[in-house]
Each structure stands twice: as structure tokens, then as C-alpha cells.
Design a protein around this ligand. Structure first.
Ligand SMILES: [Zn+2]
Length: 480
């Protein structure tokens, strides 16, 4: 290269740097932009986020909107948790959007793997899954359209989250660029319980049917002067049903003083005065009410039957609304002032459950089932009683088909999970896949050697059906 050519190249580079710094409208194509328009995720000087791969590695590229999304999430997260953990951003895309092995995706400039530093809260073994959920929610609020992650709490609460093999220790996120807010924009979002389409159940109201909690959250830094809640029915008449007027407390919930009616549709919104010309908030959110409890009737066993492993069964009825979950309450005396134990809740519509907790020979037990319908209304059956007689078999179940439990394993030993979220794995060791995650207090039946480091166990899955696998023994408290 001649001296003149070298000098010209240096000048071009310098001009590009200056243009990049000033960001002027007349600037030529930015020097750090790839032919696809991707830019490299910058380094955070103050550690608000951390990159897994160094700048220049070619692994930290995405569309400008995606980079803005990541920076906004990182800043909001740090505002809430100034002492960490901080976002650690793993592989994004390559600058030219080419194949990025071992990933099958990570080409569109809208995708990243997310960890956190110093402690990785994006891990199904991280004990405080509330924190993990908060971060997943934040990605969703700022425009993620997909989150792959195997943590149950996140899957239950974030509509775009789903399970995916090998996603135990990070979020894989993909954004919808159209949903990413402008930089510095303050977002006000209704909480899921009061979002458009939500159904209000009686369990969320006072006995006089007032007290519905309307809740929202604020993303970004806003100096809140006052808030105002408007609540209305869907009739097009004059005025709203209820106007809270401006309220000065810095709250994000409001307990509605209006009594609601069953089977009605209402709408609500909130306006926040943050000192601007216009209040900020969101559009009307439509809610409907379903205030009727389901009917639940216990079928068997109910008359002091002598049984070994009682097949509890019941009948559920509520027109047009399926049973959403159930739990079994078990007691050892007739008072039920302090219930001895609860099994579940189990998800799904099963109407029978084989009780295989350790019971005492010849002892009398009381049980009932508490069902929750898909709309959230709850009802309990009457209490019934049975006697535990080993060898007497399962109770007969008139009028219902109990779920058969093949191979009725005798309860050699049982234990309870003493970690918030314990991985049940396909084999003995952390190199085996996670089958499911067991919550603290879950009862497990030990199938193999109770002294092994990895216990072979059976537990009730989320649908009440048994699942088998291996758990680390130190997270199980064995009961005799
Ligand atoms: Zn990924």
C-alpha cells in the first residue's frame, strides 16, 4: 500500500469514528454497522451489563432495535437491583447473520442467550425463582416474543416462555422489534390479574364482592405525582362507574370499592401524572366476572371403609368451565381446626387420586378435596373418613373411574423436598436431562437404595400422575 493510500484509509476510518461519535444526520454509513445493518453490542463502562465474549469476537451482534432492547432491560434491572446480579449477555448473532454453531438459530439479529453475573439467576437450580421470574417478565415487557427456559415458575407466569432442551442455565430470548419501546420511554402495564381478557373469580373479592385489586407496574424512571383509576361497565351511558380521583400515594395497586356482579363485563384503566403535559397509562382493559363456585361431591371412600391405598374420587360440576386444579386435605381428627396435611395442588381435571403417603395401620383418617375451576373459583367437598388397613387394597369407587396406578410400589420410604426447586433427572447425576422440577415440600417415594447419593424416586407430577427419576439425596428429608 502506498503512503497516500494508507493516509486516505486512516482518514476514512477517522471520519467514520467521528461520524459514529456525533451520530449526525449527514454522516455516512456507520463504520461499525454490518452489511445487514447489525451493530455490535457495546461494552458497559460501569458494569450494568457484562458480555460473555469480548468485543471484536464477532459473537455480539444484533439489530439496533435489539441492542436498544438489551440496554433498556439491563438499565431497568440495575435500577431495581443496584448491587447485582447483572445481566450477562451470551451469544447473539454474527455480524453477517451466518450460521453460528452450535446454535441452530442466532442469525436474525434479534436473539441472545442471557445469563447473569456474579450469580446466575437464570438457572433452574437458583433458589429464588421469584427473581428469575422478575427478569423474564422484564424481557417480555420490553418486547421479547419468545423465551426458552426450563423453570416452571417462569413458564407458568410468562405467556411467551416455553421449555426447551438444554435451557436449564440461561434464557434464550427473541424479540419482536415492533414491541420495543423508545429509549427513555416510561411504560405502564396492567398486571396479568387485571389485564384485558382476565376473568375475576369470587376468591379475589370480599364477601360483599368489593375489593377487587387492580394492579399495574411501571417500567423506567418516573417521578410519580399522582395516579387515578377509572372503572366502568361496558354500557355507553354518561360518566364512569367509579373514578378514584387523583391519589397521591406512590402505589401500584388499587382496591376497588365497587361491588361487582356475577357474569358481567367491566373495563378499567389507570392514568399516572408524572409531570408531563399528558398523563401516561394504558387503554381500557376489559374484565369479566365469574363469581359462582363449582359443585364438588366426594364419591369414595366415604363410610369408614378399611383400605390400604385409598383411591380418593369425586365429582366436579360447573357448566362450561373445566376443573383447573385440585388439592387433597388429610386430617387425623374430626375437628379440622388445624389440618394435618395437604397434597398438591395438582394441575388438571383428574377426579381421582390414589393416596400413597405413609399411613398408620388401623388409624382413622379424614379427607376432602378442594377443587379450583379454570376461572379461579374454589369449592371443597364434605369431609369423609376411612381406616388404613395394609393389604385391604384400594377402595371401591362407585360412579367414577379411579386413575389406575400401575405396579403399585409399596412405600418403603418417603421423604420431602427441602429445596425450593429440585431437579428430577432422567438418571443419577447432573449430566442427565431434567424431567421436571419438584417444589419444596413435595412428597417423594423412594424406589431404590435410600442411602444412595442419587435417590431413585417417584413423585406426583403437576397433573397428579406419578413421575419417576433421580434426585440428589441431600435435598430430600427422609421420613421413617
Ligand atoms: Zn440460544
Amino acid at each position: 500500500m502506498s503512503g497516500a493510500a494508507r493516509a486516505a484509509k486512516v482518514l476514512v476510518a477517522l471520519a467514520a469514528t467521528v461520524a459514529g461519535t456525533l451520530g449526525g444526520a449527514a454522516a455516512p454509513a456507520r463504520a461499525n454497522e454490518s452489511p445487514l445493518g447489525y451493530i455490535e453490542m457495546p461494552v458497559s463502562e460501569d458494569g450494568t451489563w457484562v458480555l460473555s465474549s469480548p468485543p471484536g469476537s464477532g459473537r455480539n451482534w444484533g439489530t439496533p432495535v435489539f441492542v436498544r432492547h438489551l440496554i433498556m432491560v439491563a438499565k431497568e434491572w440495575r435500577r431495581r437491583h443496584p448491587n447485582g446480579p447483572f445481566l450477562r449477555i451470551g451469544d447473539m448473532s454474527k455480524p453477517d447473520g451466518t450460521d453460528f454453531p452450535p446454535h441452530k438459530t442466532h442469525k436474525d439479529g434479534l436473539t441472545a442467550d442471557i445469563f447473569t453475573s456474579p450469580r446466575n439467576i437464570c438457572h433452574v437450580d437458583f433458589p429464588d425463582q421469584d427473581l428469575t421470574l422478575e427478569l423474564a417478565q422484564l424481557f417480555h415487557d420490553y418486547g421479547a416474543r419468545q423465551i426458552l427456559y426450563n423453570g416452571q415458575k417462569v413458564i407458568d407466569a410468562v405467556s411467551v416462555a416455553q421449555r426447551w432442551p438444554k435451557h436449564d442455565d440461561h434464557f434464550h430470548i427473541v424479540i419482536d422489534p415492533g414491541r420495543v419501546p423508545q429509549d427513555g420511554e416510561v411504560l405502564v402495564l396492567p398486571e396479568a390479574s387485571a389485564r384485558e381478557g382476565a376473568v375475576v373469580a369470587a376468591t379475589r373479592l370480599q364477601p360483599d364482592r368489593t375489593g377487587l385489586q387492580l394492579a399495574w407496574r411501571i417500567l423506567g424512571q418516573a417521578r410519580l405525582r399522582s395516579y387515578r383509576v377509572l372503572f366502568d361497565d361496558l354500557r355507553d351511558d354518561d360518566g364512569v362507574l367509579h373514578d378514584s380521583g387523583p391519589l397521591r400515594a406512590a402505589r401500584t395497586t388499587y382496591d376497588l370499592p365497587v361491588a361487582l356482579e356475577h357474569g358481567k363485563a367491566y373495563r378499567w384503566r389507570v392514568e399516572l401524572d408524572v409531570g408531563g403535559e399528558q398523563p401516561i397509562g394504558f387503554g381500557w382493559q376489559r374484565l369479566t366476572t365469574d363469581l359462582l363456585a363449582p359443585a364438588v361431591e366426594a364419591l369414595s371412600p366415604r363410610d369408614d371403609a378399611a383400605v390400604d391405598a385409598p383411591a380418593l374420587s369425586w365429582r366436579y360440576q360447573k357448566a362450561g368451565v373445566a376443573q383447573g386444579s385440585f388439592r387433597i386435605e388429610l386430617d387425623t381428627d374430626a375437628n379440622h381446626r388445624r389440618i394435618a396435611g395437604t397434597l398438591g395442588p395438582f394441575q388438571g381435571g383428574a377426579t381421582s387420586y390414589v393416596l400413597r403417603v405413609p399411613l398408620k395401620r388401623g388409624k382413622r383418617y379424614w379427607w376432602r378435596v378442594v377443587v379450583t375451576c379454570a376461572n379461579g373459583n374454589e369449592a371443597a367437598s364434605e369431609w369423609h373418613t376411612f381406616k388404613h388397613e395394609p393389604g385391604a387394597g384400594e377402595a371401591a369407587t362407585p360412579g367414577a373411574t379411579p386413575t389406575p396406578r400401575g405396579g403399585a410400589t409399596p412405600v418403603a420410604r418417603a421423604g420431602t423436598v427441602n429445596a425450593d426447586a429440585l431437579n428430577l433427572r432422567a438418571g443419577p447425576g447432573t449430566d442427565h436431562d431434567v424431567v421436571t422440577t419438584l417444589r419444596r415440600g413435595t412428597l417423594v417415594r423412594v424406589l431404590g437404595d435410600p442411602a444412595a447419593d442419587w435417590l431413585h424416586v417417584e413423585a406426583d407430577g403437576r397433573d397428579g400422575q406419578p413421575v419417576r427419576g433421580y434426585v440428589a439425596r441431600r435435598f430430600v428429608e427422609l421420613v421413617e
